[in-house]
Design a protein around this ligand. Structure first.
Ligand code: FAD
Length: 288
């Protein structure tokens, strides 16, 4: 089995304890020399300043290639582009450009009257500046806002044609889900890399609730297995085995890059990397 290239997603810390936790997570995972690490932008644009500061700090102090997530939610075009200016001023050259999710409790996405109305508009504006390598989200299972799954592929093509270089998928539980999606993208003439998003399952209740919300299907066997594993206190073992098996199947089918949703917890992601033969490259004490 060939060794994949990897990247990691983190979320921005909201308090001091979370900052230390993020730092520890980054220290642990930096040793695996990711292609890039990314920092999310809270739903509803709620972490605008924290994301900006976390991205700038990680960029300055870790030597990692840091990608900043940026969404269109609840901001004028000028405000959104001002954040991009701040990323650029901090030396950041990678953006994950998204339409974004509305704040909790809101009923679907509504564009700000002076804001970008879609991810495509945001990508076009960023691409025109020529300062960033732009990545976008992709949905192997129908996004809740899509008319059907073909609409997701048409829209993904528009995002890539607008200036994005690569797509990262929403998480999924079965390799077949990604492989079918990759085939359909291929048939639609999409040539940019589509990188599978992998969620090592820290907590089945949380993961399955989130999956239901974003339309990722839950295999009944997995539900059953995690319910039993949780009862016997061996959820971590099952989670490592499940994510490793998923990644192995993808690699056997020619996937070269994997993007891990770490949830700022390094343990499972590290175990899966080890199981895939990805070795830490530098002593941990030299990281960051
Ligand atoms: P889009 O791809 O623009 O839209 C999703 C789907 O809706 C499309 O595939 C298409 O079918 C349909 N659609 C949307 N607009 C149109 C239109 N105008 N015309 C036709 N069809 C349309 N959320 C955050 O808030 N912060 C983050 O940091 C964050 N990071 C993410 C990272 C990744 C890798 C992924 C996959 C998702 C992330 N999300 C994040 C969640 C994301 O914001 C939500 O899924 C959101 O609902 C869609 O954003 P998008 O840019 O992917 O949407």
């Amino acid at each position: 089995m060939s060794i994949p290239r990897i990247s990691f997603e983190f979320f921005p810390p909201r308090d001091l304890e979370a900052s230390f936790n993020l730092f520890e997570t980054v220290q642990t995972l930096a040793a695996y020399q990711p292609r890039f690490v990314s920092v999310t932008y809270g739903a509803g644009g709620t972490t605008r300043e924290i994301t900006r500061d976390a991205v700038a700090t990680l960029h300055k102090h870790t030597g990692l290639n840091v990608a900043a997530h940026l969404t269109c939610v609840d901001a004028t075009r000028e405000e959104t582009l001002a954040i991009a200016d701040q990323f650029a001023a901090a030396g950041v050259t990678e953006i994950v450009a998204l339409r974004g999710d509305p704040p909790k409790g809101a009923n679907g996405f509504t564009a700000h009257p002076q804001g970008f109305t879609s991810s495509v508009e945001l990508i076009e504006a960023l691409a025109e500046q020529g300062r960033f390598n732009i990545r976008v989200g992709a949905y192997p299972e129908k996004h809740p806002d899509a008319a059907d799954s073909n609409a997701d592929i048409d829209w993904l093509k528009r995002k890539l044609d607008a200036g994005a270089s690569e797509a990262i998928t929403q998480f999924f539980f079965e390799a077949e889900t990604f492989l079918r999606f990759r085939d359909r993208c291929d048939k639609a003439g999409i040539t940019a890399p589509i990188v599978p998003g992998i969620l090592p399952i820290e907590n089945w209740k949380g993961a399955s609730t989130f999956a239901r919300r974003c339309g990722a299907s839950i295999p009944p066997l997995l539900d059953d297995a995690f319910t039993k594993a949780a009862r016997d206190g061996r959820e971590d073992l099952l989670a490592t085995a499940q994510a490793t098996e998923l990644c192995s199947e993808l690699i056997d089918e020619g996937v070269e890059d994997l993007h891990f949703y770490t949830l700022n917890k390094p343990h499972l992601t590290r175990e899966v990397c080890h199981a895939l033969g990805i070795k830490p490259q530098i002593p941990l004490q030299k990281v960051a």
